[in-house]
Design a protein around this ligand. Structure first.
Ligand code: AMP
Ligand code: MG
Length: 302
């Protein structure tokens, strides 16, 4: 497990004003990391990921058995920050029946004809399950804030500051509702530097196995880097709450990002303090009777 003190630097304290410059994108460049050395960190990150994966599989079983809570994990980031890879690595040990991933793309005409939370509500995890949103309703205050022309017809022609503030408020109220109804909400912003994004895009152009990942649309969005950054800062500042905190995860090194996300998810579920349902004395007696019948000690042997 990662030390609490270290993890805390990635947590956005509710009510704080986020300046993304204050959050590292490459944790291996920090003083505490330099002391350890990159090789040691890489090794340690792999161990943490492995350890967390095992514990997550157990935590998910308990989540399912106790049937009192659900877990909603949100991943947001600029393109090529590693959302898909993080999901694949972190969730690889979990029973597929206990986990669902939903990826949200540009909304359809039908979706745009509803309130902006509608399409996400339909995909929320039921009790006992982990739901992962690969992009989420935060796109509606991120990409849509950068491109207000993508707001659905009939919403507003000219969204002002108040309009976005109301959306943040809607999101906070929605998350409060979910939390009050037993949903643990964990929100991750994979924080990538512009240089690292360039490297990853170039890799997609160079490596034939990665060509399929390249999209010209991603290049167009890169030109809006500053606007996205501001949109992320505003959204994260307004919506990091006690019941649904944001984690700003350094994403320039994939192994660091994966270890941090895995550790936060695992420890947060463990901190729910769930227990396997206790069996009543009456049920215990019935179980003993069933055993006796199976073992042929009682009439009506099976
Ligand atoms: P990808 O996740 O790379 O397949 O890309 C999905 C695209 O859908 C991204 O460019 C997102 O910004 C876009 N997208 C997701 N949600 C919304 C939304 N609510 N409104 C507009 N675009 C969205
Ligand atoms: Mg993409």
């Amino acid at each position: 497990m990662i030390r609490q003190k270290l993890l805390k630097q990635f947590l956005v304290e509710p009510g704080s004003e986020v300046d993304l410059k204050q959050y590292v994108t490459d944790w291996t460049d920090t003083d505490e990391a330099k002391e350890l050395g990159k090789d040691v960190i890489k090794e340690r990150a792999a161990e943490i990921l492995e350890e967390s994966r095992k514990q997550l599989a157990e935590a998910q079983e308990l989540l399912y058995a106790s049937d009192t809570h659900s877990v909603l994990i949100l991943l947001q980031a600029m393109d090529a920050a590693g959302k898909d890879g993080t999901i694949r690595h972190v969730m690889s040990g979990v029973n597929p029946q206990g986990c669902q991933v939903f990826s949200f793309k540009k909304p359809s005409a039908e979706e745009l004809d509803h309130n902006f939370l509608w399409r996400y509500m339909k995909s929320l995890p039921e009790r006992g399950r982990i739901g992962i949103f690969n992009r989420s309703y935060y796109e509606d205050v991120l990409v849509v804030k950068v491109h207000p022309e993508w707001l659905g017809p009939g919403v507003t022609k000219d969204p002002d500051k108040k309009f976005w503030e109301k959306r943040y408020e809607d999101i906070n109220n929605f998350e409060k509702h979910l939390s009050r109804n037993g949903t643990l909400i964990l929100k991750f912003f994979l924080h990538l530097s512009k240089d690292e994004q360039k490297k990853r895009f170039l890799e997609r152009l160079t490596n034939p196995e990665k060509h399929w990942k390249f999209s010209e649309a991603d290049l167009a969005e890169r030109e809006h880097w500053k606007d996205y950054r501001k949109a992320f800062e505003d959204a994260i500042s307004a919506t990091s709450t006690k019941q649904a905190p944001w984690w700003i995860v350094p994403a320039d090194r994939k192994y660091v990002a994966r270890a941090v996300v895995a550790d936060v998810i695992t420890t947060s579920i463990q901190n729910l303090g769930l227990k396997y349902p206790e069996v009543s004395e009456e049920t215990m007696a019935r179980l003993a009777e069933a055993r006796a019948r199976l073992e042929g000690k009682k009439e009506g042997e099976l």
